[in-house]
Design a protein around this ligand. Structure first.
Ligand code: HEM
Length: 486
């Protein structure tokens, strides 16, 4: 018996030794190319992921990048995050290089957690998926459609502010902003507008959003498992909506141009194939998540900055109240009104410069290439660190591109605005956010309703900011409301 246990022990030790050797060998070999950018791969497997995530949890994600730029005296450096060898390209030149080499040298890449939460989209490559999505969206996001949405956004904002803000002395801004953008997305993407139906969706959506960039550990209680379960629940709900819509389209109860769902159901590809119900459900799920969380982060930070900067608030108030006074009672906002909101949009842009909702994007090198004299091997992940949250980032917070980068100054966006590739909250190149104009409308409508009703004051003056993966005030931004008199 003793021999048996001894052999087992020896077998175990040999197995562990061999595994460790393979791990280290693999780990080292990934970095054995000539003339790689400077940088450290960090620990085996984990790499520098913990450092990368923890700087975000401390509200200073830019620290990860700036520490390394300073240490290696280079705006290009290698690291290992989310378990893969990666290279960070910082600065306007890095942005320009990546944005203009989309599908030539790089393609989009998503961490495993994203692919597992959206399994049906894995049947084709992310490039094909992106192309399909981009073909679908213009119909839904073209100027003429957007013009129609302004009135709908205005009336939903009216109901949202009446139920969530009015007659309250104090509110929590972040959940309210999410409720607003989610309500709009449900109404405009799938024509769901019953608040109780929307409320049923909201909680699982939050679970999916927080699991997307989590460690992909499918164990009880992990954010990842919760996200998978929540996405299955939403998918099932969406499938019900999709099936009902098919019936309604057939009987003429629903129209082809009604929303993006009708559009997806009625459009076919070059070969005449229609999208499957599951594919549509997954696309809508992705759009609902990507399209509402980002804008709600922007709205939240607009409230934060306006409460901190009374002179900026005054400028926005003046612009919005003039528009409000020019309207007849019950008349909805329209395209001309939006065009008059120039200062408000400059303010929103300055907010997104300092607090970009998305911290950047991943790409995968599909060919070997040289950047700034450094060799980047095919298969490496490329992180675009163009947009980093808060006090410093490679372009948004760099004195090289924005004078006094810490200062909140909406006039930066007057005239020609910032230099190309320096202000990139919506990304750039062929993958630039297709929802940019839609987002502009919903943010401006939100600002209109907010300032025409209230002044506000933060209840926690130094509330901590957490970036995980989007920036959020740690306590949800509680504010005291002061309704305007008369
Ligand atoms: C303030 C709000 C928003 C911000 C800051 C934002 C930002 C971004 C960024 C930076 C990207 C590019 C990511 C990359 O380069 O990998 C992106 C892509 C995308 N966004 Fe947005 N977005 C916002 C709102 C929206 C809205 C409202 C929608 C839908 C109506 C939307 C739909 C999309 C889609 C579908 C993509 C993927 C495009 C592709 O893969 O080619 N976004 N967004």
């Amino acid at each position: 018996m003793e021999h048996f246990y001894l052999s087992l022990l020896l077998l175990f030790v040999s197995f562990v030794t061999l595994s460790l050797f393979l791990v280290f060998y693999n780990h080292r070999s990934q970095y054995n190319f000539p003339n790689l950018p400077p940088g450290k791969p960090g620990l085996p497997y984990v790499g520098e992921t913990l450092d990368f995530l923890s700087t975000g949890w401390q509200g200073r994600p830019e620290k990860f990048v700036f520490d390394r730029i300073a240490k290696f005296s280079s705006e290009v450096f290698k690291t290992n995050i989310v378990g893969k060898p990666a290279v960070v390209l910082a600065g306007a030149a890095g942005n320009k290089f990546l944005f203009s080499n989309e599908n030539k040298l790089v393609v989009a890449w998503w961490p495993d957690s994203v692919n597992k939460i959206f399994p049906f989209t894995q049947n084709s490559s992310s490039v094909d998926e992106s192309r399909r999505m981009r073909k679908l969206l213009p119909q839904f996001l073209k100027a003429e459609a957007l013009h129609r949405y302004i009135g709908i956004m205005d009336s939903i904002a009216e109901r949202h502010f009446a139920s969530g803000w009015e007659k309250k002395q104090e509110v929590l801004v972040f959940p309210l902003a999410k409720n607003y953008t989610f309500w709009l997305a449900c109404r405009l993407f799938v024509s769901v507008e019953d608040p109780s139906h929307i409320a049923k969706f909201a909680a699982p959506f939050n679970l999916v959003a927080s699991g997307i960039f989590s460690v992909p550990l499918d164990l009880p209680g992990t954010p990842f498992r919760k996200a998978i379960r929540a996405s299955n629940f939403i998918r099932a709900e969406l499938l019900n909506i999709i099936r009902q819509r098919k019936v309604d389209l057939g009987t003429g109860k629903a129209s082809v141009t009604q929303d993006i769902l009708s559009h997806m159901l009625t459009i076919s590809d070059e070969a005449g194939r229609f999208m499957t119900e599951l594919d549509i459900a997954d696309k809508i799920l992705g759009l609902l998540i990507g399209g509402h969380d980002t804008a709600s982060a922007a709205c939240t930070f607009i409230v934060k900055f306006l409460s901190e900067l009374p002179h900026v608030y005054d400028g926005v108030y003046k612009e919005q109240i003039e528009i409000a006074k020019s309207k007849r009672s019950g008349e909805l906002l329209n395209w001309d009104d939006i065009q008059k909101m120039k200062y408000s949009w400059n303010v929103a842009c300055e907010v997104m410069r300092l607090a970009p909702p998305l911290q950047g994007g991943f790409r995968e090198a599909i060919n070997d290439f040289i950047f700034n004299g450094f060799f980047i091997p095919k298969g490496w992940k490329v992180c675009i660190y163009e947009q980093l949250y808060w006090s410093a980032n490679s372009t948004h917070k760099s004195g090289q591109y924005f004078s006094e980068p810490e200062k909140f100054d909406p006039s930066r966006f007057e005239g020609g605005g910032p230099a190309p590739y320096t202000f990139v909250p919506f990304g750039g190149g062929p993958r630039m956010c297709p929802g940019k104009e839609y987002a502009r409308l919903e943010i401006l409508v939100f600002m209109h309703h907010l300032v025409k009703r209230f002044r506000f004051e933060k209840l926690i003056p130094d509330e901590k900011i957490v970036v995980d993966p989007m920036p959020i005030p740690a306590k949800g931004l509680p504010v005291r409301l002061f309704p305007h008199k008369g």
